[in-house]
Design a protein around this ligand. Structure first.
Ligand SMILES: O=C(O)CCC(=O)C(=O)O
Length: 406
């Protein structure tokens, strides 16, 4: 189907699976999609857009877990057709957006094709927009001034007055297992990410703009995921960086790239991180690696997750408060099952009449500094506030066969 020309995107997996995929889609009632996809493959741009719309509707026809998986592959297939048409017309940005949408929303079958195409479109875009190689350009760093006394005023009451999380240097895997993993005890590991390429690269705004500026990413907008005004948007990384740099985000329109599996989507950033050896403790498996990137003042409200977690602080600083799992009942969890891992208490604005016990509970807290990792045991409640522009990576792992993510 595709030729080896510079103006075409190659899709070897799609080429060899096109008809079997269409057959599976037809078996799920997708006759109209299949006929559009065949026209799209033959070069009909409008049919490609129509097929993409049809698959999109199927992805939004009910709760995400009830979407028939082949429709996710159908969406990726249609995005590939759309991207090919844009690319051959020299429209690289819309081509890249279609490919990113397929990575974010689509199935896994065509993932290698998507990554292959993304490599080619990104190279074409970089060639167009960055004619200089950036050498000699001043490093544009994220944050320069940090005033702890000022910042402490924005923290929840009683912050930094209780016990702090212990910090260890040169913690061996055996020491981690014995003293933290088995007993479920948090620790800050202070020297385990010096070798990460991200440590030098993500502090440089120009690097991020150049390498991932054109990529589309999902961001959260609003005070936090529990607020009624909270929403999600899809924007380019460059737009996101501009929002952070403009620094005028009030809490109502705070933009946070939160809990997104960015490293499955963007290979260049995956190469900048290293999975800590600690994550293989207990013979477990990585469940998800998430990015958390935003301006000062982002808040992840008090909640717990079912997995072991290493939260690695690559850029900036975060305040983190931890309550042990044994205090769950006293932390006023929401009653609806979807939110039962989140507390009803807004630690930034505690309603003592409604939640009288909360101020008596003991907790651990810390300021997690650039280059440090925090181990959060499963089910430990955590509240997180960024104190500067901050980019962290969380590694969730567990050894339960089918445990689900929160
Ligand atoms: O960094 C954050 O804002 C939240 C991190 C978190 O909740 C997690 O890693 O589970």
């Amino acid at each position: 189907m595709s030729t080896n020309s510079a103006a075409t995107l190659e899709t070897p997996i799609l080429d060899s699976n096109h008809y079997s995929l269409l057959q599976r889609i037809t078996e799920e009632g997708g006759y109209a999609f299949a006929s559009m996809a065949i026209r799209a493959a033959a070069g009909d741009t409008r049919a490609a857009e129509a097929a993409k719309e049809m698959a999109w509707e199927q992805l939004h026809s009910g709760p995400w877990h009830s979407v028939v998986p082949v429709w996710r592959d159908a969406y990726a297939m249609a995005c590939l057709h759309v991207a090919k048409h844009h690319f051959s017309s020299g429209e690289f940005k819309p081509a890249l957006r279609a490919l990113d949408m397929a990575l974010i929303m689509g199935g896994l079958t065509l993932r290698d094709d998507l990554n292959l195409c993304i490599g080619k479109v990104s190279a074409a875009l970089r060639g167009n927009e960055f004619s200089d190689n950036g050498e000699g350009q001043q490093k544009d760093e994220w944050y320069k001034d940090f005033n702890l006394a000022e910042v402490v005023k924005s923290l929840p009451v009683k912050s930094l007055t209780c016990k702090t999380v212990g910090k260890k240097c040169g913690l061996s895997l055996e020491g981690f297992l014995r003293e933290h993993f088995v007993s479920g005890s948090p620790v800050i590991i202070s020297d385990s990410m010096n070798h990460w390429p991200a440590k030098d690269r993500w502090n440089d705004v120009n690097y991020l703009k150049k390498v991932v500026g054109f990529r589309t990413v999902p961001v959260e907008v609003g005070k936090n995921y529990l607020s009624p005004d909270w929403k999600q948007e899809l924007i380019t990384f460059s737009e996101f960086l501009e929002r952070i740099q403009s620094g005028d985000g009030s809490s109502a329109d705070m933009t946070y790239l939160a809990q997104h599996q960015l490293f499955d989507q963007i290979q260049e950033l995956k190469q900048d991180i290293v999975t800590p050896d600690y994550c293989f403790a207990g013979g477990g498996e990585i469940r998800s690696v998430n990015a958390w990137f935003g301006p000062p003042g982002t808040v992840t409200p008090l909640h717990h997750d079912p997995h072991h977690n290493i939260l690695a602080q690559v850029v900036g600083k975060k305040y983190i408060r931890l309550y042990p799992a044994s205090l769950s009942e006293e932390l006023y969890p929401h009653s609806e099952s979807m939110l039962s891992n989140s507390s009803q208490v807004d630690l930034d604005n505690i309603d003592e009449t409604e939640f009288p016990k909360i101020l008596d509970l003991e907790f651990l807290d810390c300021i997690l500094e650039e280059g440090e990792m925090l181990y959060i045991p499963p089910k430990w409640w955590h509240y997180v506030r960024s104190l500067t522009t901050s980019f962290s990576v969380s590694f969730w792992w567990s050894n339960e066969g089918n445990s689900s993510e929160s």
